[in-house]
Design a protein around this ligand. Structure first.
Ligand SMILES: [Zn+2]
Length: 60
């Protein structure tokens, strides 16, 4: 089974006090996190942001 990845907003640089955790396979997590940080954190969708999020994922 594919390794589940965790995206923890508390570990991401953010102005917001966001405590959301999203977990799943990398393919599942990436679009959800991108949607979340763009809509809820006010980030802009860039390849750099995508890369940053990818690098911030940890194994569950
Ligand atoms: Zn968040």
């Amino acid at each position: 089974m594919e390794q589940r990845k965790v995206s923890d907003c508390r570990k991401m640089p953010s102005e917001k006090n966001c405590s959301v955790v999203i977990s799943g396979t990398e393919a599942e997590v990436m679009p959800l996190v991108m949607h979340h940080v763009i809509n809820d954190h006010g980030h802009t969708d860039t390849p750099e942001l995508r890369e940053e999020i990818k690098n911030s994922l940890t194994n569950e």
